[in-house]
Design a protein around this ligand. Structure first.
Ligand code: ADP
Length: 633
C-alpha cells in the first residue's frame, strides 16, 4: 500500500481510547459492585458480632452470678477478664443489686481495632444487661452484668475488605484492559486502520491505478464486507469515469466537428433572442460578408436590411416568427459595407429551454449574391436572346420586304417587256424599263452584299488582315470614290489631318468600307452646295476618324436606333434610290470588330457628324490584331 500523504494517527490510539473507556466503565462497575458486596458483608458481620457478644456474655452469666453471691472479687475479675478476651466487648461491669461494683473493666482506645481509613467510621454499640440470680436466691435478682459491645471489628473488616476490593478491581481491570487492548488492536483497530489507509490512498481521479483492498485479507465478515464495498465502489467509479471520459470525448468530437463545419463552410450559423435580436453568428458570417458581427448584434433581421420591411414578404416573415414556425430560404438584401449590398438567404427554427419556454431562433445563413447576380445575368441573357431572336425575325421580315420592292420592280417591268403590244406601244420608254430593271437588280445585289457583310461580321467569319495602312492613301482612295457624286451635287469635300498622321495598323478593307459608307451617306444626305468634311486625328493611343456634313441631319428620336439594320425605310420609301439601309449598321459592327467605337451626333437641318475611334496598334506587335485574325479565321 503506498504511503498516504497525510500520516494516519497511530493505530494504537483507537485501542487506547477504547481501552480507557472500558477501564473507566469496568473500574466504576467493579468498585460499585465490590463496595456493595463489602457493605452488605459488613452489615451481616456486625449483626453476627453483636449476637456473639450477647452469647458470650450469657456464657459468663452463671459465673458472674456466683461471684455476686459469694462476693468473690477474684471471680468477678475472672469474669471481666474472660469477657474482655472477646474483642468486640469494650466495657464490662459487674455489680450487685445495690449498685456496688464488684468488677469493672473498660478497653482503652488504643486496644481497640484499628483501620487504615483516614477517618473514623461510626460504629454501633449495644449494651447488654443481664440480671444475675445466683442459685438459691429463689430467682431474685442479686446483681447485674452489664456489657457494652461494639461493631468496630466489623467496620475494620469492612475497611480492609474495601481496600482489597479496590486493589483487586484496579489490578483486575488493568490486566483486563491490557488483554482488551491487545485483542481490540489485533482484531479491530488494525484492520480498521488498514481499511482507513486504503480508503485514504484512493485516488478517485485515477480509479484504475488506485490500490484496492483485498477482502480475503480480513478475518471478520464485517471488515471483508467493507473491503468488498470499497472494491465495488472503485470499480463503479472507474466505470463511471470511463463513461464520463467517453462522453467527454464524444462531446469534444462533436463540438470540434461542428466547429470545423462552421469554419470551413461559407455559410454561417446564427442565433437570436426571444425579441429577435441577433445574439450570435459563427465566424463565417464575418469572413463571407466582410461585416463585423458587432454591427448586427442586438438588431433584428428587419433592422439590418436595406429593403422596405413594410412589404408583404417581411410581413409574412414576422407572422411566421410570431407563430414560432420555422422558415426556409428567406432572402433579403443587407448593406455589408457602405454602398455594398449583398443578398443573403437564411433558414431559422425556434428553440426552447428544458421547460419548453421559447428562447429564440437559430439557423443558418448563406451569401446568395452571386446566385442572384447569375439569375439576373441569366434573365438578361434570356431577354437578350429573345430580343436577338425577335430582331432576327424582324430583320428577316424587313429584309424580305426590302427584297420585295426591287423584285416587284424587276417582275413588273420585265412583264411589260414580255408583252409585245406594250413593247410596241411604248417603244420610247423601253430604255427606262430596262434601266429600272437594272437598278433594281443592282440594288438587290448591293443588299445581298451588305447582308452577307453583316452576317459575316456577326458570325465572326469576317477575315481581317492587319497591316500598316497609310492614312493619306486611305483618304485619297475613299474621296476619289465619292468625288463624282459630290461633284454632281456641287458638294465641297474637305479633309483635315493632324500632322504626321499614320500609318495605322488595321484591316484596310474594313477601314475603306467604314469611310466610304460614311462619306457616301454624307454626300447623299447633304443638299447641293453643302460641305462634307473628313478629318483624321492621331492621338498617342488611337486614331479618330470624323465624317461631318451640314446636310439634312437626323431627328433626335431616330438617333438611338439609326445604326440598326434597315433603319431608313420609314423615312425613305424609295429605297432603291436611297440605299440599302445597312450602311451605318456595317460601320458600327466593323468599328467594334476593329476594337474601336462608333458615335453619331446629329441635329435635324444642321448636319451630322459620325466619329470612329480605332486603336493605334503597333506594326511590331498587333497582339489584339493577331488574335482577331485567329478568331475571325
Ligand atoms: P442607307 O443605305 O439608307 O444610307 P444607312 O444605314 O447608311 O442606310 O443610313 C441609315 C439612315 O440614316 C439613312 O437612311 C438616313 O436616313 C440616315 N443617315 C445616315 N447618314 C446620314 C447623314 N450623313 N445625314 C443625314 N442622315 C443620314
Amino acid at each position: 500500500m503506498p504511503p498516504s500523504s497525510e500520516q494516519p494517527r497511530p493505530a494504537i490510539s483507537v485501542s487506547v481510547h477504547l481501552t480507557r473507556l472500558v477501564i473507566l466503565v469496568a473500574v466504576t462497575l467493579g468498585l460499585v459492585v465490590g463496595v456493595l458486596e463489602v457493605t452488605l458483608e459488613y452489615f451481616r458481620l456486625r449483626a453476627t458480632l453483636l449476637e456473639h457478644s450477647e452469647q458470650v456474655t450469657k456464657a459468663f452469666q452463671n459465673i458472674a452470678a456466683r461471684a455476686i453471691a459469694d462476693r468473690d472479687m477474684g471471680l468477678a475479675a475472672q469474669v471481666t477478664d474472660g469477657l474482655f478476651e472477646f474483642r468486640s466487648i469494650v466495657s464490662v461491669e459487674l455489680s450487685d443489686e445495690t449498685g456496688n461494683v464488684l468488677g469493672w473493666k473498660e478497653r482503652d482506645q488504643g486496644d481497640r481495632y484499628t483501620h487504615w481509613l483516614p477517618f473514623d467510621i461510626p460504629s454501633n454499640q449495644d449494651t447488654i444487661v443481664l440480671r444475675l440470680s445466683p442459685p438459691g436466691s429463689g430467682g431474685e435478682t442479686k446483681g447485674y452484668l452489664k456489657v457494652v459491645a461494639t461493631s468496630e471489628r466489623a467496620t475494620q473488616i469492612w475497611a480492609n475488605q474495601l481496600g482489597m476490593v479496590l486493589i483487586s478491581v484496579l489490578v483486575g481491570t488493568l490486566v483486563f484492559a491490557c488483554i482488551l487492548l491487545l485483542i481490540s488492536h489485533r482484531y479491530l483497530t488494525r484492520p480498521m486502520m488498514e481499511l482507513a489507509q486504503y480508503f485514504r490512498s484512493l485516488d478517485v481521479s485515477d480509479p484504475k491505478n488506485s490500490p484496492l483492498p483485498n477482502p480475503d485479507h480480513f478475518r471478520f465478515r464485517e471488515f471483508r464486507g467493507i473491503a468488498e464495498d470499497g472494491v465495488r465502489m472503485m470499480r463503479d467509479i472507474a466505470r463511471n469515469s470511463e463513461v464520463r471520459d467517453l462522453t467527454a470525448n464524444e462531446l469534444y468530437r462533436s463540438q470540434k466537428r461542428l466547429q470545423d463545419f462552421a469554419e470551413i463552410s461559407s455559410d454561417w450559423f446564427w442565433e437570436s433572442d426571444r425579441d429577435g435580436g441577433v445574439t450570435y453568428t459563427s465566424p463565417s458570417f464575418t469572413k463571407t460578408l466582410n461585416k463585423k458581427t458587432g454591427e448586427i448584434y442586438g438588431r433584428t433581421i428587419a433592422e439590418t436590411t436595406t429593403e422596405d420591411t413594410k412589404s408583404p414578404k417581411w410581413h409574412k416573415l414576422a407572422e411566421i416568427q410570431r407563430q414560432r414556425r420555422q422558415f426556409r430560404d428567406f432572402r433579403y438584401d443587407m448593406e455589408v459595407q457602405p454602398g455594398v449590398v449583398k443578398t443573403v438567404s437564411i433558414n431559422g427554427r425556434p428553440f426552447y429551454d428544458e421547460d419548453g419556454t421559447f428562447i429564440g431562433y437559430r439557423g443558418t445563413g448563406a451569401d446568395v449574391t452571386n446566385e442572384r447576380l447569375i439569375a439576373q445575368a441569366r434573365n438578361e441573357a434570356l431577354q437578350r436572346a429573345e430580343q436577338a431572336s425577335r430582331t432576327k425575325s424582324e430583320f428577316l421580315a424587313t429584309m424580305s420586304h426590302e427584297f420585295r420592292t426591287p423584285l416587284n420592280a424587276i417582275i413588273g417591268f420585265s412583264s411589260l417587256l414580255s408583252m409585245p403590244e406594250i413593247v410596241k406601244a411604248s417603244e420610247d420608254r423601253l430604255t427606262d424599263y430596262s434601266t429600272a430593271i437594272n437598278e433594281s437588280g443592282q440594288h438587290m445585289l448591293a443588299l445581298v452584299n451588305d447582308i452577307l457583310d453583316i452576317s459575316a461580321i456577326e458570325a465572326g467569319k469576317r477575315v481581317l488582315n492587319y497591316e500598316a495602312v497609310g492614312i493619306d492613301s486611305l483618304i485619297s482612295h475613299c474621296l476619289s470614290q465619292v468625288e463624282r457624286q459630290a461633284g454632281a451635287k456641287d458638294i465641297k469635300l474637305e479633309t483635315a489631318l493632324t500632322s504626321g498622321a499614320g500609318p495605322i495598323v488595321s484591316d484596310e478593307r474594313s477601314l475603306r468600307q467604314i469611310l466610304l459608307n460614311l462619306l457616301s451617306n454624307a454626300v447623299k444626305f447633304t443638299p447641293a452646295g453643302g460641305t462634307v468634311r473628313l478629318s483624321v486625328e492621331e492621338t498617342p493611343g488611337e486614331f479618330v476618324f470624323r465624317v461631318a456634313d451640314n446636310g439634312v441631319g437626323i431627328p433626335q428620336e431616330r438617333l438611338p436606333t439609326i445604326a440598326e439594320p434597315f433603319s431608313h425605310s420609314a423615312m425613305h420609301p424609295h429605297v432603291a434610290k436611297e440605299g440599302t439601309g445597312l450602311g451605318l449598321s456595317i460601320v458600327r459592327s466593323l468599328s467594334v470588330l476593329l476594337d474601336g467605337s462608333f458615335e453619331i451626333d446629329s441635329e435635324a437641318g444642321l448636319g451630322t457628324t459620325v466619329t470612329i475611334r480605332l486603336p493605334r496598334n503597333t506594326a511590331e506587335a498587333p497582339d489584339n490584331a493577331a488574335n482577331k485574325q485567329a478568331t475571325s479565321a
